[in-house]
Design a protein around this ligand. Structure first.
Ligand SMILES: NC(=O)c1ccc[n+]([C@@H]2O[C@H](COP(=O)([O-])OP(=O)(O)OC[C@H]3O[C@@H](n4cnc5c(N)ncnc54)[C@H](OP(=O)(O)O)[C@@H]3O)[C@@H](O)[C@H]2O)c1
Length: 320
């Protein structure tokens, strides 16, 4: 079937809007959908650059990892796609087993923008390290789309105190509006940052980390050194690596405290477990429980949208 899509032909160049040949659905579990909205998430960019840990190196590819589409029977669905035949097209083929029907009248822009950033904390706190009522949480990188959602997700899932840490002052100051009890400014001054983190968050039970790199290793030591009871578990859930792909961590950090370091992502949690969480998360977003900032751009303008710097904290959504 002839379609129009954002097509990546080189990992060094942005996708271009062009004609593409859509393969027919391979079996009864697959179906063609009319695509309604697709989020341009950081994960979509790393997939289209061939640099995500799941990348296969196959080209050409149509980028995107999820989206909202309409089946031939008229039902709107949220679906999870694969990297090679992604959803940035006016039509795509989905695996219907990886899709969930949306409530009638659901805001497709909001669903396409929010599902990926919200899912990281939602699955982390329900499947990876199930949160217990009243536990306290630090979000490292709370000013990005996923971090802002994580503050709200933690509260919705029963967290007590939630602390948001990030660099951008304006978005940090806005975090209490979505539920943060305290905020910490991450600055170039390592000592001041460590002192502020220790003061605001040394007794937390969980950390959701979107940064990794230097800010994460410095925060680990700041929290562990200031903790009143180091035998009380500190569960650190590694999710993103905006500040760097590696960290340096003294081995003593793992011996001198009940410090549990784990990640959350494709592989750390099964696909089955991810899929099982989709309906409840869709309901939460649809009923307004999680606030998201989204900006719509036409898919025909994908090359411009791809190369224009993101407005931080606002998720771009491409509309075919
Ligand atoms: N594993 C999963 O399931 C999963 C799901 C969703 C997202 N993620 C990952 O989580 C990360 C965040 O995603 P997102 O959607 O929130 O992206 P985003 O909206 O682009 O936000 C990223 C934020 O990272 C911060 N940042 C970047 N470099 C930094 C540095 N050197 N030091 C401190 N802060 C820095 C920026 O905060 P400031 O504006 O304050 O500078 C920015 O707002 C990405 O790595 C993404 O791939 C993983």
């Amino acid at each position: 079937m002839d379609i129009h899509a954002a097509v990546v032909r080189s990992f060094d160049a942005p996708p271009r809007y062009e004609a593409f040949d859509l393969p027919a659905p391979s079996d009864e579990d697959h179906a063609v959908v009319e695509v309604l909205a697709v989020g341009l998430h950081p994960r979509v960019r790393s997939g289209a650059a061939g640099s995500h840990y799941t990348s296969t190196g196959s080209l050409p590819m149509v980028p995107g990892i999820d989206g909202v589409g309409r089946l031939a029977d008229g039902r709107a669905v949220y679906f999870v796609a694969d990297d090679v035949l992604g959803p940035m097209a006016n039509r795509t083929v989905i695996d219907t087993r990886r899709s969930v029907a949306l409530p009638v009248g659901a805001d497709v822009l909001k669903i396409a923008a929010a599902m990926n950033p919200a899912m990281s904390a939602w699955v982390a706190l329900r499947r990876r390290v199930p949160i217990e009522p009243g536990q306290s949480v630090l979000i490292l990188g709370a000013t990005g789309s996923a971090g802002q959602m994580a503050v709200q997700v933690a509260k919705r899932l029963g967290a007590g105190r939630v602390v948001g840490a990030g660099r951008d002052k304006a978005r940090l100051d806005a975090l209490p509006e979505v539920g943060a009890d305290a905020t910490v400014a991450l600055s170039e001054d390592a000592d001041a940052t460590a002192a502020a983190l220790a003061d605001a968050a040394c007794e937390v039970d969980l950390v959701i980390d979107y940064l990794w790199g230097k800010p994460a290793s410095e925060a680990m030591m700041a929290l562990l050194l200031a903790r009143s009871d180091r035998s009380r578990a500190l569960n650190w859930i590694q999710i993103g690596s905006m500040a760097g792909p590696t960290i340096e961590l003294p081995s003593v950090a793992l011996r001198s405290a009940n410090f549990r370091l784990q990640g959350n992502g494709q592989g750390a949690v099964s696909t089955r477990a991810y899929l099982a969480e989709l309906p409840s998360l869709i309901e939460e977003i649809d009923n307004g429980g999680l606030r998201v900032n989204a900006q719509a751009e036409p898919l025909t303008e994908v090359e411009r949208a791809w190369t224009t710097p993101e407005v931080p904290g606002v998720r771009t959504v491409l509309i075919p």
